[in-house]
Design a protein around this ligand. Structure first.
Ligand code: HEC
Length: 225
């Protein structure tokens, strides 16, 4: 019994000397048994650093690059044009989600149609360019679902030209504008989402361009497959 009390005291003394009294303050750095992430080789924002020759920790952006999420000029600055506000989805409106309540909407949102610039073909051109950059590799330049990746095993990319797929008369297969917008934003099945890469306006421009591809295919009577 004596030894029990002695060892008990001993353990208590060790614990108190290691961890201190609860609530007591110390000037010394805290004891770190498992090193947490207090110590890191990093530069805090706005802090100085010897690493760079100008002594600043924060770096200026690389010349001729545009930080995403800010204003991206739609026209060269020399044009004197006011840069359009660039946005990624951050709301629940039709413009942001492609949905009206619980359902996909059809037609371009008023944020787009209210803009006179849409009525010249720059908007479709922008869509064509963005489609060429982001979608054509899988869906094909003409939208027939046979982009270059079809040669390497991705055989299921959606065929925009297939009759019915985007024809409102075909209720079972119809993809409304908002549904296409949603697929660009969030992806679907095997396709990944592009919401973080393509701005809102550009996503709608792609939707508009896909519609023009379909119209062209329909009117030229291209053999659809
Ligand atoms: C890496 C290849 C790839 C790229 C790039 C790609 N897609 Fe897809 N997309 C697919 C595949 C694969 C499917 C079929 C997905 C499934 O059903 O699993 C698909 C399906 C779709 C669908 C139909 C979804 C549905 O309702 O069934 C739409 C619409 C679509 N893509 C639009 C686009 C647009 C617009 C772009 C460009 C922003 C794009 N995709 C870029 C591979 C791609």
């Amino acid at each position: 019994m004596k030894y029990f009390f002695l060892s008990y005291l001993f353990v208590a003394a060790i614990l108190v000397s290691a961890f201190g009294f609860r609530g007591s303050k110390s000037e010394l750095p805290p004891l770190e048994i498992i090193p947490d992430m207090d110590q890191q080789a990093k530069i805090k924002y706005q802090a100085a650093s010897d690493f760079f020759s100008d002594g600043r920790g924060a770096r200026l952006r690389v010349k001729n690059t545009v930080p995403m999420g800010f204003d991206i000029p739609t026209k060269p600055a020399a044009d004197g044009a006011k840069p359009a506000r660039v946005a990624f989805s951050n709301g629940l409106s039709y413009y942001d989600t492609g949905k009206m309540g619980d359902f996909y909407g059809d037609g371009l949102p008023t944020e787009i149609t209210g803009d006179a610039a849409v009525f010249n073909d720059l908007f479709i051109k922008r869509g064509e360019q963005r489609y060429g950059i982001h979608c054509a590799i899988c869906h094909g330049a003409s939208g027939n679902g046979k982009g270059v990746t079809s040669k390497y095993g991705i055989l299921t990319a959606f065929n925009f030209q297939q009759p019915g797929n985007t024809d409102p008369a075909n209720a079972a297969a119809f993809r409304a504008d908002g549904a296409i917008f949603d697929v660009i934003t969030n992806g679907k099945g095997l396709m990944g989402g592009y919401g973080g890469n393509i701005t809102l306006r550009d996503r709608w421009a792609i939707v508009a361009y896909i519609r023009s591809l379909q119209l062209a295919a329909k009117e030229s009577g291209a053999t659809l497959q």
